[in-house]
Design a protein around this ligand. Structure first.
Ligand code: 5RP
Length: 235
C-alpha cells in the first residue's frame, strides 16, 4: 500500500468519525494532502454540516468546489471538531505542523474547536518531535532578528522559498514563500523538541514571530492513524 492510499484510508476514517457528530453543526477543516483526502471523502455528506471553517485559501477553494458552505470564523460561536493532518506527532499528541505553510490559520481554527482530530499515516509518528524542520511564520522585516534568536536554540534556520513555477522550472527559486497572511516562513532544522509546550511558549515570545509550528497547547485530542493493516483510533 503506498502513502497516497494510506492518506485516502485515513481520510475516509475521519469522514466516518465526523459523521457521528449531530447534524447541523460547523466543522473545522485543515490543510494538506491528507486533509484533501478527508474533504473529498466527505463531499457526498456535505449536507450533514451547516458549514465549515477553513484553515487556508487552498482548502477554501477545495471546499467550495465540492459545494460546502465556508464561513468566516468570526461568525462561528461553536466548533465541535477540527480535522487536520500533521508533519509529526509524538505519543502525547503534540505535533509539528506548517509543512504546507498554513500553520497560523490552522492554530486559530484548532483553538476554536472542542476536539482536534489529527489524521495521518504512521510515518508521521515519532518518539520526539524535531526530525521535521520546525516551521515558524514571521513578519518579513523581522527575518534576521528572529533567525538569530532561533539559532540560539541550536537549530539551523532557512528561509522557505517559493516553489518554482512552470516558467522558471530550470532556475533556482529565490523568492520567499508567502503565506496566506503575507508572512514568511523560517524552517528550523536539527531541534530535538523534548518539551513541546515550553518550546512553543519560548518561540512565541520572540518579537516578529506570528506562529510557531509546535502544536502543544492545541495538541491532538484524537489521532486516526493508518498503516498497511488499517486505521487505529488513539485518544
Ligand atoms: C499544513 C500542515 C499539514 O497538515 C501538514 O503539512 C501535513 O500535510 P500532508 O497531509 O500533506 O502530509 O500543517 O500547514
Amino acid at each position: 500500500m503506498n502513502q497516497d492510499q494510506l492518506k485516502q484510508m485515513v481520510g475516509e476514517a475521519a469522514r466516518d468519525e465526523v459523521l457521528k457528530l449531530p447534524a447541523g453543526q460547523i466543522l473545522g477543516v485543515g490543510t494538506g494532502s491528507t486533509a484533501n483526502c478527508f474533504i473529498d471523502a466527505l463531499a457526498r455528506h456535505k449536507d450533514h454540516f451547516a458549514g465549515t471553517v477553513s484553515s487556508s485559501n487552498a482548502t477554501t477553494e477545495r471546499l467550495l468546489k465540492h459545494g460546502f458552505k465556508v464561513l468566516d470564523p468570526n461568525d462561528v460561536q461553536s466548533l465541535p471538531a477540527y480535522v487536520d493532518g500533521a508533519d509529526e506527532i509524538d505519543p502525547k499528541g503534540n505535533m509539528i505542523k506548517g509543512g504546507g505553510g498554513a500553520l497560523t490559520r490552522e492554530k486559530i481554527i484548532a483553538s476554536m474547536a472542542q476536539q482536534f482530530i489529527c489524521i495521518c499515516d504512521s510515518s508521521k509518528q515519532v518518539p520526539v518531535l524535531g526530525n521535521f524542520a520546525l516551521p515558524v511564520e514571521i513578519i518579513p522585516l523581522a527575518k534576521g532578528a528572529v533567525a538569530r534568536e532561533l539559532e540560539k536554540l541550536g537549530g539551523k534556520v532557512s528561509l522557505r522559498l517559493a516553489k518554482a513555477t512552470r516558467a522558471d522550472l530550470n532556475q533556482t527559486p529565490s523568492e520567499p514563500f508567502v503565506t496566506d497572511n503575507g508572512g514568511w516562513i523560517l524552517d528550523v532544522a536539527g531541534l530535538q523538541i523534548a518539551n513541546p509546550a515550553q518550546m512553543e511558549a519560548q518561540i512565541n515570545q520572540i518579537a516578529g514571530v506570528i506562529t510557531v509550528g509546535v502544536f502543544a497547547k492545541e495538541k491532538a485530542s484524537v489521532l486516526l492513524v493508518s498503516n498497511a493493516t488499517g486505521v487505529s483510533r488513539i485518544t
